[in-house]
Design a protein around this ligand. Structure first.
Ligand code: CA
Length: 241
């Protein structure tokens, strides 16, 4: 097995170097970047299997880096922060971070978190082999084989998890799916992830779809106490243009 690559984006030199030693000792390849922009550049060249991302970075902070990476990729991201604040944790999860580690941390704990995230397998053939190849209701068009999504004719870019989530919802248009059911189809490791991940991924998906009805409601409807369903109203249309 080739070793997994970890990108550490951290401006504090001492912490960055100690993370490198720690993770290399765990058998991982480690790339370092000392700032947000630099981190994104290294991310594109190194194509890591996981990112350890400090929140407080010069120029472009960790939140902005998280958003950029999540627009493109589902790779595991572990956020590092100096404060044990609930609001930071919520913000990280909402932005699509997979886990969260406050400083100062124990070496064994951090290593365990990184290895646990890397152990999560990528799901195989994702969105289900049955059913038609294309979904098109005039608002949203999904090509399941090509994994392409168009909203009112305009191509949008989704991460694999977002695509699987949307595919599951449109294939069962009008049916309410529970968070547990969505975890099962869209994530490879539903046991390791709380239902709140579904909520935040739904929020990002709604934002990327950018469509609503006259009352401002998304076609991905929350059914309180039960889950979510794809059910566009008659007047649902794109927000932009
Ligand atoms: Ca920092």
């Amino acid at each position: 097995m080739t070793s997994k690559r970890v990108l550490v984006i951290e401006d504090d030199k001492d912490i960055a170097l100690s993370l490198r030693v720690l993770l290399e000792r765990a058998g991982l390849e480690v790339a370092l970047a000392a700032g947000g922009r630099d981190g994104l550049r290294v991310f594109h060249s190194v194509r890591p299997d996981l990112v350890v991302l400090d929140v407080g970075l010069p120029e472009m902070d960790g939140w902005a880096v998280l958003e950029r990476i999540r627009d493109l990729s589902d790779i595991p991201i572990l956020m590092l922060t100096a404060h044990d604040q609930e609001s930071d944790k919520v913000r990280g999860l909402r932005g699509g971070a997979d886990d969260y580690q406050t400083k100062p941390y124990g070496n064994a704990e951090l290593t365990a978190r990184v290895l646990a995230l890397l152990r999560r397998r990528q799901p195989a053939a994702a969105s289900g082999a049955t059913g038609p190849e294309v979904f098109d209701d005039g608002l949203i068009e999904l090509d399941f084989a090509a994994r392409e999504v168009r909203v009112a004719g305009e191509r949008i870019s989704l991460t694999p998890t977002e695509f699987r989530l949307l595919a599951a919802l449109v294939r069962r248009k009008g049916q309410v799916l529970s968070p547990d059911a969505l975890l099962e189809v869209a994530w490879s490791d539903p046991l390791g992830i709380g239902p709140e991940r579904v909520k935040y991924t739904i929020m990002r998906l709604r934002r990327k779809l950018g469509v609503h009805d006259e009352a401002g409601a998304s076609p991905i409807e929350s059914v309180r106490g039960f889950g979510y369903r794809y059910q566009p109203g008659i007047a649902t249309r794109p927000q932009r243009g």
